[in-house]
Design a protein around this ligand. Structure first.
Ligand code: NAD
Ligand code: 89V
Length: 343
């Protein structure tokens, strides 16, 4: 198997996880890195032994001509970098949030489609092993046809120390974290035809909303609640666990604290520990997210080799982003919004 050579743009807080994970993806290796910030470029270059270091993404991509590019910058830069990759016919992974606006996101998908270039959004929460375990139970039909679901993330973990920009934006929790939870809801329950949202800011030290409660209508009778908060002081701090409840016509399922999966049917209840693996480079409590980074990057390489479209392709992610936009519109207007209007 030939090794696919990748280039990484953005050597910040989260990219370190992506670099560690690339070291474990069979048949792929990062051979060049780029950051505008010389200190960050040096730190990642030294830590991972990468000699090819660039301050400018275009120079790197033109010189290195990698087999793929991993864009690990924040959203404002995504459109220019994805369009650059498309223009050079380089398959791209782009971090979430995919884009600050739907117009940018549509343009990025269009640029890659017309260039025939694969594009995956690094939307990794649905790749968490506990969420995959929930999906397996649903697909096996054990609890029958679901009619109610809840995807819940409630915490007071200090995300701002690692990611200071999260305290500064006009938007916060729906755009940064709710986006993952809404994507998990789509993954488990299918697309939504309506969303009603309320948001609040509890922490006075930040600019955006840190609480959001969203009600989604899916196909048939299926209804879900997606709720997230960074203002919740729990007896046990659960960051970054996503809890899931699903009721079906033949049983129910709960993904509870500590990655405890309970499945109840008329035959009784069974419990399973679906804790993520603690990878050699991972650290608690982030190990859950860190494992999902490895799984999604492996998926991208498998898709590249097999000519398949990644599950979280740019086109797929437009639907998650539309839910985010619709949630903000609903919270601002007090109305129920059809996310298709945002597409
Ligand atoms: P960060 O600010 O720490 O790092 C971004 C880096 O990109 C910075 O070092 C910056 O200098 C560099 N950069 C920006 N524009 C550039 C350009 N045009 N060319 C070269 N370098 C450029 O941000 P972060 O916390 O690492 O977050 C990055 C992205 O990852 C965000 O979109 C964030 O939402 C996302 N994120 C995802 C997860 C997840 O689980 N999927 C977790 C955390 C963060
Ligand atoms: O996954 C993320 O996007 C992170 C965090 C878990 C802190 O919200 O920003």
């Amino acid at each position: 198997m030939t090794t696919l050579g990748g280039a990484l743009i953005g050597c910040g807080f989260f990219a370190v996880n992506q670099m560690h994970a690339w070291g474990q993806v069979p048949g792929a290796a990062i051979t060049a890195i780029c950051d505008r910030d010389p200190a960050r470029l040096q730190a990642v270059g030294d830590a991972f032994g990468i000699a090819a270091r660039y301050a400018d993404a275009e120079t790197m991509l033109r010189e290195v001509r990698p087999d793929f590019v991993d864009i690990a910058t924040t959203a404002q830069s995504h459109r220019a970098l994805v369009e650059l990759a498309a223009s050079l016919k380089i398959p791209a992974i782009c971090q979430k949030p995919f884009a600050p606006t739907m117009a940018d996101a549509r343009a990025m998908v269009e640029a890659c489609e017309s260039a025939g270039v694969p594009l995956m959004v690094h939307e990794n929460f649905r790749w968490q092993s506990a969420i995959l375990a929930v999906k397996r139970v649903l697909d096996e039909g054990t609890i029958g046809t679901p009619f109610f679901g809840r995807v819940s993330f409630r915490s007071r973990y200090d995300v701002f120390s690692g990611q200071p920009y999260l305290a500064e934006g006009e938007r916060f929790i729906v755009e940064d974290l709710g986006i993952h939870a809404l994507d998990v809801a789509r993954f488990l329950f299918g697309n939504a035809s309506a969303i009603t949202a309320r948001t609040a800011r509890v922490n006075p030290a930040i600019r955006g909303e840190d609480v959001a409660t969203m009600l989604l209508a899916h196909a048939g009778a299926m209804t879900s609640v997606v709720d997230c908060s960074y203002a919740t002081l729990n007896e046990e701090e659960l960051f970054p666990q996503t809890l899931v409840e699903i009721d079906g016509d033949a049983g129910s399922l709960r993904l509870g604290a500590g990655y405890r999966l309970s499945v109840t049917t008329s035959a009784g209840a069974r419990h399973e520990d679906v804790s993520p693996e603690l990878l050699p480079w991972a650290s608690r409590p982030w190990h859950n997210i860190q494992e999902s980074v490895l799984l999604i990057q492996r998926h991208f390489v498998d898709c590249l080799r097999e000519g398949r479209t990644p599950d979280t392709s740019g086109a797929d992610n437009l639907k998650t982003l539309a839910l985010v936009e619709a949630a903000y519109r609903s919270a601002a207007t007090g109305r129920t919004i059809d996310p298709a209007r945002e597409l």
